[in-house]
Design a protein around this ligand. Structure first.
Ligand SMILES: [Fe+2]
Ligand SMILES: [Fe+2]
Length: 252
């Protein structure tokens, strides 16, 4: 099984970067299954119905989300679509799916999205015990987890907690790619953060000028995107049969 996981696609520049690099990456790596973190793809806050349909048309199999899963007004309808999941560790009754299981060539593949708790705002359930609960009932051939979290320590601890129990744990949310793609001792493929797809020199996708001003003054402002400058595309390629994880970073 050859899987491509594309990191947080951030707003309009993210969609442009996807347009620019997607076909080339698909040609080079020939993925059979594509996962894309879309929590920032529409207006910085989730996925619109039109974008969901576009992503399905270009061959994305599963869209994962994060702390912006419920930010859009139309979230309740978008989350009803079959191939989009929100973090599993929200409480009982939260709209949307905790995970999705799809068939591929006679095998089943489950994708789970989780949200971290360290330096994150939402009052959510413990992601570690949530994984115990999910893994006690999921019997798929392959399990891939997107752990959307801020703290490297929480992500690394989760990776070791799940080592040998899932096929891959891919970190998202910080938008900054890490250089630690590896296979853990019990066989789970891991990277702390895959990085973002969008503008290359903003401040995690936001306006550089605004971010600097906010840090200088301490005065809060609603984040506006950086719209100028070159683009970047960040992903990881997972070859489950050959036990290989490869970081893909492309930029202008
Ligand atoms: Fe996030
Ligand atoms: Fe993000």
């Amino acid at each position: 099984m050859r899987i491509l996981f594309i990191g947080d696609v951030y707003m309009e520049p993210g969609r442009l970067a996807l347009e620019k690099y997607y076909a080339r990456v698909k040609d080079n790596y020939k993925p059979q299954f594509i996962i894309l973190n879309g929590e920032n793809i529409a207006n910085g806050n989730g996925v619109s119905e039109a974008i969901y349909k576009d992503l399905m048309t270009i061959g994305v199999n599963v869209i994962t989300l994060g702390n912006h899963a419920f930010s859009r007004k139309d979230a309740s309808s978008v989350l009803m679509y079959p191939n989009i999941i929100r973090p599993a560790n929200y409480g009982k009754g939260a709209i949307g799916k905790e995970y999705v299981t799809l068939n591929f060539n006679g095998k089943t593949i489950t994708v789970i999205n989780l949200l971290g708790r360290v330096f994150m705002g939402d009052q959510i359930d413990n992601p570690f015990s949530k994984m115990d609960e999910l893994l006690s009932k999921i019997t798929s051939d392959y399990i891939i987890v997107d752990f959307h979290a801020e703290a490297t320590s929480e992500k690394t601890a989760m990776a070791h907690y799940l080592d040998g129990r899932v096929d891959a744990l891919i970190g998202t949310h910080t938008h900054v790619p890490t250089a630690d793609a590896c296979i853990l001792p019990k066989g789970t493929m891991y990277i702390t953060d895959v990085g973002m797809t969008g503008v290359r020199f903003g401040v995690i996708g936001g306006s550089t000028e605004q971010a600097v001003r906010k840090f200088l003054t301490g005065v809060p402002e609603r984040t506006v995107p950086e719209t100028q400058g070159p683009l970047q595309f960040n992903a990881v390629f997972l070859d489950l049969a050959n036990k290989k994880i490869e970081k893909i970073t492309l930029y202008e």
